[in-house]
Design a protein around this ligand. Structure first.
Ligand code: SF4
Length: 470
């Protein structure tokens, strides 16, 4: 195989192999990737070393996951004749570049990468006060609702008030109010939630204290004869106190970054090496991954400045920010996982799809057919909007609101729409499942081809640095 030649711009895309890919991956990146492969020279990297930065204790799961991720990509329409699929750990040039980039990237750059901080919290790798605050801010700033909700679920799950918040938007509003110590904003959310939950604003709901440290509400039943039995005596809410106490406790438990592993802390460098080993011009990412691309651009700029003598040795990559929708789980949780039972894998058989859709959480006030429903708060409807045809969605919305449509039938229709999408994906996956040696061949060939480019890049880098001794 010769050196890869193409006049098209080159893109680097890929996945961490941590399990089978699901509908969230399909909507978020795979669908777009399939389209882009015909427009750009595409390298698809299966980032197994990166998966080990958070799963270093489970290397045995990697082999199957690498094959699964490759098969999922092929099944959705990635064409190995057009796209080069390759495996990170089999390309030592990436590791060498990572090392080199580490020589001139200072700790400050890594420490202030908001995505790394947010992910460190998500994986429970640090509880440092500063990091937690920064990460929550970053999560709000980058609209990483999944990280926020993961954090809330992990640490504040017993909070009676947060249990009443049923939308991510409300959680974000609360966290924002907490972070900015804006007790007025927090108070207005609390009032709104009570109003919604009780159907009215109870007379006995009093703001007892609204200073910036905490706010406390008490529901006085005696002053409000209409209170629902759900709140039998009193409900006390101390949102900032809960969070602040937690953060203080955490700050005592932890000291800075020492809980982060060297590999995890430095993985943005390895990501820079992933992008630059093929000298990619573009990297398709969601808005939240932009900080990583910015760091890569910093590294490339510094390298060219230090060693290029005015020449561009490594091309400056750009983020190709697409409209990357985030799909929540069928229970409304932004964290999608098989163990939560809220996710549909691309490889799931029809019965499994049906079972998962069946468990989906709908409008809880629509008990039976005939009850008018509210599709806007229904997870099944959110999936209809993504996976069903527009005119069918309009009909479902109308019939749900009037009560003509029942949830059982509605879920049946979603199952059908998903099967229409997944049937050809399953069909394309089957021959690869039956002949895994074909997948191995594709990965082997792709990795060989990618290494040619990687070696060329590394030679150029070493030459520029004058460390090409012999
Ligand atoms: S009818 Fe459909 S859209 Fe309406 S609440 Fe039930 S599942 Fe949701």
């Amino acid at each position: 195989m010769g050196e890869p030649k193409s006049n098209r711009k080159r893109i680097l895309t890929g996945d961490r192999p941590t399990g089978k890919l699901h509908l969230g991956h399909y909507v978020g990146s795979l669908q777009n990737r399939v389209k882009l492969q015909h427009e750009y020279e595409t390298y698809l990297l299966i980032a197994d070393i990166q998966a080990l930065t958070t799963h270093w204790d489970k290397p045995e799961m990697l082999k199957q996951a690498v094959y699964d991720v490759a098969m999922d990509n092929l099944a959705v329409g990635i064409d190995p004749e057009v796209t080069t699929l390759c495996v990170q750990s089999m390309i030592p040039e990436i590791a060498e570049l990572t090392n080199i980039y580490g020589l001139f990237t200072n700790m400050n750059k890594l420490r202030h990468n908001p995505t790394t901080k947010a992910e460190a919290i998500q994986y429970g790798m640090t509880k440092d006060l500063r990091l937690v605050r920064d990460a929550l801010n970053a999560a709000v700033g980058y609209q990483r609702l999944d990280l926020l909700s993961g954090y809330v679920a992990l640490h504040l799950k017993d909070s009676p008030f947060l249990a009443m918040l049923d939308s991510q938007e409300e959680r974000v509003e609360v966290i924002k109010a907490i972070l900015s110590n804006d007790s007025d904003a927090a108070a207005s959310i609390v009032m709104r939630v009570f109003d919604r939950e009780l159907g009215h604003t109870p007379d006995g709901l009093r703001l007892r204290n609204s200073d910036t440290t905490y706010i406390q509400f008490e529901l006085d039943e005696s002053a409000d004869g209409k209170t629902k039995p759900l709140y039998t005596s009193s409900l006390t809410v101390r949102i900032p106190v809960e969070l602040n106490a937690l953060l203080l406790l955490e700050s005592h438990l932890s000291s800075g970054f020492d809980q982060l592993t060297y590999g995890f802390f430095g993985y943005p460098l390895s990501q820079a090496a992933d992008i630059t080993f093929v000298r990619a011009h573009l990297v398709p990412v969601g808005e939240d991954q932009k900080p990583h691309i910015e760091l890569t651009r910093d590294i490339v700029s510094k390298f060219n400045q230090l060693y290029g003598g005015g020449k561009e040795i490594i091309p400056m990559p750009k983020a190709l920010i697409g409209d990357v929708p985030r799909l929540a789980g069928l229970d409304g949780d932004t964290k999608m996982s098989k163990s939560l039972g809220n996710v549909i894998n691309l490889a799931d058989p029809p019965e499994a799809v049906k079972k998962t859709v069946w468990k989906a959480i709908t409008d809880k006030d629509k008990i039976r057919k005939g009850d008018p429903g509210n599709p806007e708060i229904c997870n099944v409807f959110k999936y209809h909007k993504v996976f069903n045809q527009a005119e069918r969605v309009a009909g479902i919305e109308r019939d749900c609101k009037t009560g003509v449509l029942g949830c059982v039938e509605c879920k049946g229709r979603l199952t059908e729409a998903l099967d229409d999408l997944l049937a050809p994906i399953r069909e394309r996956r089957r021959p690869y499942e039956e002949h895994p040696e074909r997948v191995k061949e594709i990965l082997l060939e792709g990795t060989k081809k990618a290494r040619i480019l990687g070696k060329e890049t590394l030679d150029m880098v070493k030459e520029a640095m004058k460390i090409d001794y012999f």
